[in-house]
Write a protein that binds this ligand. Sequence first.
Ligand code: GAF
Length: 378
Amino acid sequence: MTDQQPETSPVATWRAPGRVNLIGEHTDYNDGFTLPFAIAASCTATVRPGGDGLRAGSAQVDGEVAIPLTGLAEAPAVPDWARYVLGAAWLLRDRGVDVPPLEVTVDSDVPSGAGLSSSAAVVCSVVTALDDALGLGLAPDELLALSRAVENDVVGAPTGGMDQLASLRSREGHVLFCDMRDLAAEPVPFDLGGAGLALLVVDSRAPHAHADGEYAARRRGCEAAAAALGVPALRDVVIDDLDAALARLDGVGAEEQRRYTRHIVTEDARVLQTVELLRAGRVREIGPLLTQSHVSMRDDFRITVPEVDTAVEVLLAGGALGARMTGGGFGGCVIGLLEAEAVESAAAQVEEAFAEAGFTPPVAFTVTPGPGAHRVDG
Ligand code: GAF
């Protein structure tokens, strides 16, 4: 995408969603499998060429950020929210695209810090709106690469790419079966209503203490385990070889490398099993896999906190078919697969348990799979 001369069109507005990950956590940066879907909560970005320099505005933040029309290296210190909003324009300029002066404004209702990909919603709405407004005609893999680069290179968060893939490519009524090695994304039907089921999201509202550092530490630990095993990534350890791999790490890797390996290898296998069940229309049977995923995140990967463990326990005790934390962890949201008619009582039970434990009151809502990024007309 170098040396392109964009044709400037007046204004473009695009909407990109947040996501729930049904299963497959922290597998993305291990070249593994994930199964996210877009939710209704989303970010709308409007790109207006004109003015001088690059300007960012957000309906959720007071004040505008304005910087000269320069590359990343010359950019003055700007807050993270504006890096998410202006990062794609910076990167395009760095790559030789003649980005004109422009203003980008965003408005999002994806709760931030809840593990629902609020940042990917911002970035993907901006990238698709920029592509449209500047007439760049970027291919799907270029849109994805640019969105990932904003988070990894401009903001500096070492995330694995699932969130941007989900936000760009999700399809209504489907989960997105993502192979994060070759970035293939296949929509798989996910008909909750047809099965008489609902997916309840409980936002634990637990403070995200040390989430960034812990996330990066998990990534480093997984990469160290793969190196110790002599494979490119933990995805290359198949489930039938797990015991042998753990034995090889015994006495070599730190104890945590064995736990991380067990989580990633079993989680990849659970994603594949979940996909098989969904392809066969056996939605009700995925519950135990969701719960096993939670146990693995709690005991092996150790990324849960008391609030999310409590929500999972209460949902399961109340009859949920399965429940797990979703997203990067250290707080955030839990999902519960429930009989449709059990949603209200389940939410009330979690609220009661949180009050008894002295936790911040949770926020509960149901979700269904929505569309990925799309243009907003008018
Ligand atoms: C966060 C990251 F951004 C994703 O890349 C992924 O690793 C996820 O945590 C955990 O599955 O959302």
